[in-house]
Write a protein that binds this ligand. Structure first.
Ligand code: MG
Length: 339
């Protein structure tokens, strides 16, 4: 592993298209990155089962971070065992991995979600309340993929009653049975751009923000956290993408040579990751806008294109800088269009 860079990347609406989950637009650049020996670390709210499949499809043999920093999976032998000892990390041997667990158990999160529902007097629908078919319908995943998405260990994605996602699932009146409105419904919602938060009308966005703050307070009182992903809210313990990335950064930096970290994401749950990397990249949301970042004045690169096209645009740009910087270190970095 070398190339001077490590890339930490979110998946949904960053490396993968928000709607089709395809990363085709980023593939040529991914190949280039692989050829240069630059590690690509997937850092996602997806489960281990989902991430493992995707990592395999992309031919990646690097660590990956799952369920919003709930755990880090590192291929066994990727780092020398002595590195874990040196950093005081508990890296459990599991299957062919060394696993660093940072999250709260799913069982605990599920019972907390039910208690929050009572406190807020709002129906909160988590993945644990849904069937495989329903998850497939609201996410656009295939049923097989939805099954992998259900295998949660450290993060419960959820949405609110009367949200666009809720509109896709209609109760039939029979307990435990719901009528799903079908793919046509999600296509319609996507067309109207109402699924992602930033695309809501001003009044709805304000209400969502108010409720989001309230939910965060209730979760905090239970020692938990709520973040907003591109599609769902996420209930987790005190893990986040940033904490997991910091640990991997330390492990990579025990190796020889300089290691510059790049982070790419589009949503609020990516912010902790973007804060701890050297070169943060904010990928445009599906509607072309960017997440309003919580810390004003932070310098980061914003892509003009959303999803994998934006991913490719940013990596191409940064790799170009690397080439240029080898002769003019410093002056090239200043050319990054920063806001
Ligand atoms: Mg995302």
């Amino acid at each position: 592993m070398s190339g001077g860079f490590v890339i930490f990347t979110d998946l949904d609406a960053t490396l993968l298209d928000h709607r089709t989950y395809s990363c085709r637009a980023a593939l040529p650049v991914l190949k280039k990155v692989e050829k240069k020996g630059i590690p690509v670390v997937l850092c996602t709210s997806k489960t281990r089962a989902e991430t493992e499949v995707l990592s395999g499809k992309l031919g990646l043999k690097h660590p990956f971070i799952v369920e919003n920093g709930g755990a880090i999976f590192i291929p066994d032998g990727y780092f020398p065992d002595s590195y874990y000892k040196l950093l005081g990390l508990k890296a459990l041997k599991k299957d062919n991995y060394r696993v660093i667990q940072l999250g709260t158990s799913y069982r605990h999160l599920r019972s907390a979600l039910k208690m929050m529902e009572k406190t807020l007097a709002r129906k909160l629908i988590g993945f644990g309340d849904l069937s495989r078919r329903e998850i497939a319908e609201i996410t656009g995943l295939s049923q097989k993929e939805a099954e992998l998405a259900r295998r949660r260990e450290y993060d419960e994605p959820f949405f609110l009653e009367y949200s666009p996602e809720f509109a896709l699932i209609k109760r039939t009146g029979q307990p435990g049975k719901r009528k799903v409105q079908g793919k046509a419904g999600i296509d319609e919602l996507n067309k109207r751009k109402v699924i992602s938060g930033p695309s809501l009308g001003p009044k709805a966005a304000r209400e969502r923000e108010k409720l989001f703050r309230k939910m965060k307070t209730v979760a905090r009182s239970r020692g938990l956290r709520i973040t907003a992903g591109g599609r769902f809210f996420h209930l987790t313990g005190h893990n986040d993408k940033g904490r997991a990335v910091r640990i991997l950064k330390k492990l990579y930096r025990l190796g020889p040579g300089m290691m510059i970290t790049i982070g790419l994401g589009d949503s609020e749950n990516d912010w902790p990751m973007l804060r701890v990397v050297d070169l943060p990249v904010l990928v445009a949301r599906p509607d072309g806008r960017h997440l309003e970042i919580p810390e004003k004045g932070t310098q980061l690169l914003r892509t003009s294109r959303p999803g994998p096209e934006g991913w490719a645009e940013a990596i191409n740009f940064l790799l170009g800088l690397q080439k240029h910087a080898s002769s003019k270190t410093g002056s090239a970095a200043k050319r990054i269009k920063r806001r």
